[in-house]
Design a protein around this ligand. Structure first.
Ligand code: ATP
Ligand code: MG
Length: 708
C-alpha cells in the first residue's frame, strides 16, 4: 500500500512550514529540541519531522514512538500522521505506551503471575492503608494522600526517602511527613499483595524491565529507533527515566515544549530536562519559534501581557509571540452577579456564535475545576446547544457504545471479502449497523435520549472522518469496515473518544495542546484562578501559566468572565482573578456598568495601582487591592513601628490604639508629605492627625531624606 500511496502525490512533509520549522523537521537523525511558545507549530513540526524521516527512508514508521500528554493529543497525532501518509507509527501517552510494553514483556520478566490495573480504586486502597494505621479517612484527606503518593512515585522517591525529600522540597499536605510515608509504605504493601499496579507502577516496572533484562532491552531497542516527545516541559523524573531506558544511550530523540506552559509541577513534572537538553546533547539541533500561527494578533497581544506578569521565568524563555493571522475581535471581559447568571450569559453567547456559523465543535468553555462543569452543561442544554465533556475517557464503557461496537465488529466479520469498489460507502454501512442499536440521523429530544444518541453519533462521525482522511490521501480508495473497527479498537485501548459535534467543556489542564475558534474562560475569580490552595509563590505562578494555557487556546474569539457570588442572592464576596489586574479596560466590563454603585459618586475608593474599585476595609485602608504590587518602603515601615512602640509605651496603651498595622502599611506606602496627605489615608481622622500627625510626618520626612 505504501508505494501506491506515494504515487498518488502525497504532500511533501516540509510543505507549509516556515524556515525554522523546516530546520527542525528536516534535521538529520539525532537530537532535536524545539523550544517555543504556544501556537508556534511545535506539534505540527514533530508530525512533519516523523513524516520526513519516514519519507526519506531514515526510519520505518513502525520504529517511531511518539509520546504526548493526553490520550486525545495522541489520537490527534495519529490522525495528523495518517493524513501525511504515515501509517503504523506509534503515538501514545507515556502511560499507554508503558502499559502496552509491560503487557508484552511481563511473562518474560515476571513469569505467569497475573496482575491487574488498580483503576479507579486507588482512593479505597489508600483508605485501607490509613485505616490500618488508625488514621483519619475522610475523602479529602485520602485524596491529598493519594496525590502525594503519586507525586513521590513520579519523582522516584520511595517511602523511606520520602520524609527527608518532602522536608527539603517543603511539601505540605497538612500532615507530618512521617505519617505520609507510613501510609505510602502500607499502600504499596497492600497493592503488591493484591497483585495490583497503579498508573505510576506502569512506568516504573517498564523501566525496570528494560534496565534489568538485557533481552528485553535488546528486543525493544531493535524495534524502536526514533523517539519524539511533545509537551516536554511537563516531564516527570519517572517518565524521563523511562525515556532514557527506551533510548538506551542512543540519541535519536526530538523534544518540543514551552516552559511557560508548565502546568504539572505539583505532580512532580519539571521543565529542567527541556532547558538542559543542549547540555546533555551538545550537538543537538535547537530551534526557537516566535510566530504564532494559531491566534489573532489581539489574542496574542493579550497572551503576551498575561505571561509578562510571571515572576521567576528562566532566562531565554521571555520570547514574545508575534501573531501571524489577520486581525480579529478584541478579547472581552464580563462580570456577573452569580455563577448561574454567568453560565446563562455564556450559553447565550455560544448560541449566537453557533447561529452566526461557528461550528459547535470549534467552541470551548474552559474552567479550572471539573466541579464547575455542571452549571455550564445545564446552561448549554437550556440554550439548546450540543456539548461534550472533555476527559470523556469512559466513552467506550458506555452501554450503548459497547453494544454498538460489538454490532460493528460482527458486521465487519460478515462483510470481510465482500468489500470492493461496489461496496456502499463506509458511513452508510456504519449508519446501517448503528440504526440496529437505535441511532437515527437526527438528534432526538429529551435529555437521556440525546445523551445516548450523542455517543452513537460520535461513532458515526468517526466513520465520516476516517473516510475523508483516507480519500484525501488516496483518492478513490475507501476505508473498509474492518479498518474502521480496528480504528475503534485502537481508540478504545488508548481511551481516545471520537469528537462529537458539540461545544467542548473542559478543564484548563485537559485543554493543553488543543485549539478552538472561540474560547470562553469562565469562573475567573480569585480562589478559583488562582485556586485557593495555591499559597506559595511557585504554586501561584503555576496557576498563572495555567491561565496562560487557557488564553492561548483561542484562535479568534476569547471571552473572559467571572462572577461575584456562587449562587443567586449569595454574598458577593468574590473578586476577579488577580491575573487580570491591569489587563482589563474598566470601561469594558458590561456587568460592572449595570450595577449601581453603593457609594456616592466621586467617593468610591479605588486602587491606586490598578484603578479598580476597592472592596474590603483592609484594601480601603491600604489604598490598593491586597494583591496589587505594593510599593512599600520597608525601612520606613520599620521606623514607623519603632515610633509606634515607643508612643504606645509612653501612653500606656496597646500599639493598635495608636495605629493599626494596616494603617502603618498605608503610611509606609503612600509616604504623606503633609497633614492633607495624612488624613487622606483611611483610618486617620482629624483626632489622630492632631495627636500623632507631626510625629508621623517627621518620621516620613527623616527617612525620605536618608536620615536613620
Ligand atoms: P501548543 O504550545 O499550544 O501545543 P504548538 O506550538 O504545538 O502549540 P501547533 O498546535 O502545532 O502549535 O500549531 C498551532 C496552529 O498553527 C495549528 O492550527 C497549526 O496547524 C498552525 N500552524 C503551525 N505552523 C504553521 C505554519 N507554518 N503555517 C500555517 N499554519 C501553521
Ligand atoms: Mg502542541
Amino acid at each position: 500500500m505504501g508505494s501506491a500511496q506515494r504515487s498518488t502525490g502525497l504532500r511533501d512533509p516540509l510543505d507549509g512550514l516556515d524556515p525554522e520549522q523546516r530546520t527542525a523537521a528536516s534535521a538529520p537523525r539525532g537530537p532535536v529540541c524545539v523550544l517555543a511558545g504556544a501556537g508556534t507549530g511545535k506539534t505540527r513540526t514533530i508530525t512533519r519531522r516523523i513524516a520526513y524521516l519516514v519519507r526519506h527512508g531514515h526510519v520505518a514508521p513502525t520504529q517511531v514512538l511518539a509520546v504526548t500528554f493526553t490520550a486525545r493529543a495522541a489520537g490527534e497525532l495519529r490522525a495528523r500522521l495518517r493524513q501525511l501518509g504515515v501509517d503504523g507509527a506509534q503515538a501514545r501517552t507515556f502511560h499507554a505506551a508503558a502499559l502496552r510494553q509491560l503487557r508484552y514483556f511481563w511473562p518474560r520478566v515476571v513469569g505467569d503471575a497475573q496482575w491487574d490495573l488498580l483503576d479507579g480504586h486507588k482512593l479505597r486502597l489508600v483508605g485501607h492503608a490509613a485505616n490500618k494505621l488508625k488514621l483519619p479517612t475522610e475523602t479529602e484527606v485520602l485524596r491529598d494522600l493519594a496525590g502525594e503518593i503519586e507525586w513521590a512515585k513520579a519523582s522516584l522517591v520511595g517511602p523511606d526517602e520520602y520524609p527527608d525529600v518532602a522536608r527539603a522540597r517543603r511539601r505540605d499536605i497538612g500532615q507530618p511527613v512521617e505519617r505520609v510515608a507510613d501510609v505510602y509504605r502500607t499502600y504499596e504493601t497492600l497493592k503488591n499483595d493484591r497483585r495490583l499496579l497503579d498508573f505510576d507502577d506502569l512506568l516504573l516496572h517498564t523501566t525496570a524491565a528494560l534496565e534489568e533484562h538485557r533481552g528485553v532491552a535488546e528486543e525493544f531497542r531493535d524495534r524502536y529507533r526514533c523517539f519524539v516527545v511533545d509537551e516536554y516541559q511537563d516531564i516527570t523524573p519517572a517518565q524521563q527515566r523511562l525515556l532514557d531506558a527506551w533510548l538506551g544511550g542512543r540519541d535519536d530523540v526530538t523534544v518540543v515544549g514551552d516552559v511557560n506552559q508548565t502546568i504539572y509541577s505539583f505532580g512532580g513534572a519539571s521543565p529542567r530536562p527541556l532547558l538542559n537538553f543542549t547540555r546533555r546533547y551538545p550537538g543537538a539541533t535547537v530551534v526557537r519559534l516566535e510566530r504564532d500561527y494559531r491566534s489573532t494578533p489581539q489574542v496574542v497581544e493579550f497572551a503576551n501581557r498575561v505571561i509578562s506578569g510571571a515572576r521567576g521565568r528562566p532566562a531565554g524563555t521571555r520570547l514574545r509571540l508575534v501573531g501571524q493571522r489577520p486581525d480579529g475581535p478584541r478579547p472581552t471581559f464580563a462580570e456577573y452577579d452569580d455563577e448561574p447568571a454567568e453560565a446563562a450569559a455564556v450559553a447565550r453567547q455560544v448560541r449566537a456564535l453557533v447561529d452566526s456559523g461557528v461550528p459547535a465543535r470549534e467552541i470551548a468553555v474552559l474552567f479550572r475545576v471539573n466541579a464547575q462543569s455542571e452549571t455550564y452543561e445545564r446552561a448549554l442544554a437550556d440554550a439548546g446547544v450540543p456539548y461534550q465533556v472533555r476527559g470523556g475517557e469512559r466513552f467506550f464503557q458506555r452501554p450503548e457504545v459497547r453494544q454498538a461496537v460489538s454490532a460493528l465488529r460482527t458486521a465487519a466479520v460478515e462483510h470481510r471479502g465482500t468489500e470492493g469498489a461496489e461496496a456502499p460507502e463506509l458511513p452508510a454501512m456504519v449508519g446501517k449497523v448503528l440504526a440496529t442499536v437505535g441511532w437515527t440521523p437526527r438528534q432526538p429530544s429529551g435529555g437521556a435520549a440525546r445523551e445516548r444518541w450523542s455517543g452513537l453519533q460520535g461513532l458515526y462521525e468517526l466513520a465520516e472522518d476516517l473516510t475523508a482522511e483516507v480519500t484525501a490521501v488516496t483518492p478513490g480508495e475507501q476505508p473498509t469496515l474492518s479498518r474502521y473497527v480496528a480504528e475503534l479498537e485502537q481508540r478504545a485501548a488508548a481511551q481516545h473518544p471520537p469528537t462529537v459535534d458539540g461545544v467542548t467543556l473542559a478543564s484548563l489542564h485537559a485543554a493543553k495542546g488543543l485549539e478552538w475558534d472561540a474560547v470562553f474562560l469562565v469562573g475567573l475569580a480569585d480562589g478559583t484562578v488562582p485556586i485557593q490552595h495555591a499559597t506559595t509563590d511557585e504554586a501561584i505562578e503555576e496557576e498563572r501559566r495555567l491561565f496562560y494555557v487557557g488564553v492561548t487556546r483561542a484562535r479568534e474569539h476569547l471571552a473572559l468572565s467571572w462572577s461575584l457570588a456562587r449562587s443567586p442572592g449569595g454574598r458577593p464576596h468574590r473578586r476577579r482573578s488577580r491575573f487580570l489586574h491591569g489587563l482589563v479596560p474598566e470601561t469594558e466590563i458590561p456587568g460592572r456598568a449595570r450595577r449601581p454603585s453603593r457609594r456616592r459618586p466621586g467617593t468610591t475608593p479605588v486602587c491606586r495601582v490598578c484603578g479598580r474599585e476597592l472592596q474590603s476595609t483592609l484594601e480601603i485602608k491600604v489604598g490598593r487591592c491586597v494583591d496589587c504590587p505594593s510599593d512599600l518602603d520597608e525601612n520606613l515601615l520599620e521606623r514607623l513601628r519603632d515610633w509606634r512602640k515607643a508612643k504606645a509605651k509612653e501612653l500606656g496603651v496597646p500599639t493598635f490604639v495608636v495605629f493599626t498595622d494596616a494603617t502603618l502599611v498605608a503610611i509606609a506606602e503612600q509616604r504623606p508629605r503633609d497633614v492633607r496627605g495624612l488624613v487622606s489615608i483611611s483610618g486617620i481622622g482629624a483626632t489622630k492627625a492632631h495627636r500623632f500627625g507631626e510625629d508621623v510626618l517627621a518620621v516620613v520626612d527623616e527617612v525620605a531624606h536618608g536620615g536613620q
